[in-house]
Design a protein around this ligand. Structure first.
Ligand SMILES: [Zn+2]
Ligand SMILES: [Zn+2]
Length: 304
């Protein structure tokens, strides 16, 4: 299968600590790199990740809280220093463009690449990005400011050629695309080899949902159909349930409820409050509801 990975750059919440960086992830799909949120320190974490981060083609910002976008101006400036010429597209709630333009006019006057700010409507679920192999949808979330998550869906792929059967019948490689598209094969002797013998089924499409800051939304799973890996913030444990409600955040237990309702394969936890010295308590509470819950951590990489 083609690579579809999530590289965790930061999984802490707003207050800086020595244990975690604020929110940032890189989604890697078939050689393309997309940055999800850009908290302070994202550049350092990109260096550590050993990703070829100058290849990042788009940035998706979930909302305008500093722990999700304070790193952006620094990154834009660094791309300039590194001689970037390729356009960078930034998807975000509308207000970001104005804020960033002011900073760019001051700090990034000589950029030799274009930064294209695309405002997204955080209230509706809709496709905002599409290429040959992928779509990205917004996911409306409920936070103290306009906020949305992003859902990366692979497009369905074609079946695989069974090389042993193809070689047996001496089928030329030039015919493989036709066979992947469903054609049978007729031998020189007139024998028809059914397509089902020539191929194995395509890989099931994978999907990754990045649900950044949000309070628990009981209907969120309805927007997550087909998601295989879900990241859902889990700022607090049950001991801070009221705090989660007050600040429009979720507990690990609530994140796990969304994962269970959505029927995903795995749940990634993150956006940990600095009041937890050890996130194992969050993991335990999540796993009671959804066993395949995992703690994210800086520099960890997950397959979707
Ligand atoms: Zn946050
Ligand atoms: Zn926030």
């Amino acid at each position: 299968m083609e690579p579809f990975k999530v590289h965790i750059l930061g999984c802490g919440s707003a207050l800086p600590t020595l244990r975690h960086f604020p929110s940032a992830q890189v989604v890697e799909v078939r050689g393309k790199l997309f940055l999800m949120d850009c908290g302070e320190g994202t550049q350092i974490q990109l260096r550590r990740s050993r990703l070829r981060f100058t290849k990042i083609s788009a940035v998706f910002i979930s909302h305008l809280h500093g722990d999700h976008c304070f790193g952006l101006i620094g990154l834009l400036s660094t791309f300039g220093l590194l001689g970037r010429t390729a356009k960078l597209t930034v998807y975000s709630p509308a207000a970001l463009a104005t804020v960033m333009q002011q900073q760019m006019d001051t700090f990034c006057r000589d950029l030799e690449y274009e930064v294209d700010f695309i405002p997204v409507d955080t209230m509706v679920q809709q496709v905002v990005y599409e290429d040959r192999s992928l779509t990205v949808e917004t996911i409306p979330l409920e936070h103290r400011v306009k906020c949305c998550g992003y859902l990366f869906r692979e497009k369905p792929t074609l079946p695989h050629i069974r090389r042993d059967v193809a070689d047996f019948y001496g089928i030329p490689v030039s015919q493989f695309d036709n066979i992947k598209a469903g054609a049978d094969w007729t031998t020189a002797e007139g024998e028809v080899v059914a397509n089902s013998r020539l191929t194995t089924p395509a890989d099931a499409p994978r999907a990754y949902a990045y649900c950044s800051d949000t309070r628990y939304i009981p209907t969120l799973h309805e927007r997550l159909k087909g998601v295989t890996t879900l990241y859902h913030e889990s700022t607090y444990g049950e001991d801070n349930h009221l705090r989660a409600e007050k600040y429009f955040h979720s507990t690990a237990r609530e994140a796990a409820m969304v994962a269970r309702q959505a029927g995903v394969c795995q749940l990634l936890l993150g956006h940990y409050s600095s009041r937890y010295e050890d996130e194992q308590v969050l993991l335990r509470e999540a796993q009671e509801i959804f066993p395949n819950s995992l703690l994210t951590d800086e520099n960890k990489v997950f397959d979707v």
